[in-house]
Design a protein around this ligand. Structure first.
Ligand code: IPD
Ligand code: CA
Ligand code: CA
Length: 263
């Protein structure tokens, strides 16, 4: 797809995401604990996740009927050249506890690579989006990563692990070192939001492991289009599965060094 097609497509995706976000905000005061289902230990889901996904899949399939869909609550349907990668509600645990940080994450991949991405954060009514070689935006403003170049001038975001427990000690060592060397650590509870806040310079860096494609597909493109860098914990390109993600503005080497020392 060419650049202007992607920009036009994203305008429509923004409308769908805004509609879905309005639904999520509306439901926030309605549902109760009995609406929560456990997919696994600490892996929660509700009808809000599922209905949001249905709304998005319906809209996105109409927009681009030739694309297949990978969505968190519905699994993978085919694997075509073009593919939507959707997390209908990133930050479900926050949502279910009524903490105001959650988002909708939608990416479009072509041959397995992101060419467009959008993250809509309902509570602040911020829509982050980017397309390949088109730059990154929040609402209608262009965004760029923080210009800080050292860890001691940086605020770092992460996600606490709740599985892959053999890595827990290494992870705590990394956190300890970062707490001592940086402005501090934050755990907001939505990987997509963490990535977008890195893209617009609120965080200088973000790292997490054991995520999935739909957690990171849109946000990583947004970071890169905002001038940032995204790698796995070896400094390589293998971050798309979400298994290891390190995203930064201008502190990549320093942060990577701390992670590698303990990983
Ligand atoms: C979760 C969020 C969270 C991250 C978790 C993810 P979900 O996604 O992105 O920040 O730490 O590991 O699973 O389950 O709320 O869509
Ligand atoms: Ca998620
Ligand atoms: Ca989710």
């Amino acid at each position: 797809m060419n650049n202007s097609d992607l920009a036009t497509l994203l305008k429509e995706v923004r409308k769908s995401a805004a509609k879905a976000a309005a639904f999520q905000l509306n439901e926030l005061n309605r549902f109760n604990a009995s609406d929560i289902v456990y997919k696994g230990k600490n892996d929660l889901v509700s009808y809000v996740d599922k209905q949001t996904e249905e709304m998005l899949v319906a809209d996105l399939s109409k927009l681009l009927p030739e694309a297949s869909i990978m969505a968190e609550e519905g699994g993978i349907k085919d694997n075509k050249t073009l593919q939507w990668v959707i997390d209908p509600l990133d930050g479900t645990t926050n949502y279910l506890h009524r903490l105001p940080v959650f988002s909708i994450s939608i990416a479009l991949r072509e041959h397995g690579k992101e060419i467009a991405g959008l993250v809509h954060e309902a509570n602040k009514n911020e829509c982050f989006y980017a397309w390949e070689n088109g730059g990154a935006y929040c609402n209608d403003e262009k965004i760029k990563v923080s210009q800080a170049t050292t860890l001691d001038r940086s605020l770092i975001a992460t996600g606490f692990p709740y599985s892959l427990l053999d890595k827990t000690d290494a992870y705590f060592e990394i956190m300890k070192e970062l707490l001592l060397q940086s402005h501090g650590l934050r755990r907001f509870g939505s990987a997509a939001v963490d990535l977008c806040y890195t893209a617009c310079g609120r965080f200088e860096g973000y790292f997490e492991f054991n995520l999935k494609d739909w957690d990171v597909a849109a946000g990583t493109l947004i970071v890169k289009e905002a001038g940032g860098k995204v790698t796995d914990f070896n400094g390589g390109d293998n971050y798309r599965s979400g298994h290891e993600v390190l995203a930064t503005g201008h502190i990549h080497e320093e942060l990577l060094k701390v992670i590698q020392k303990h990983w």
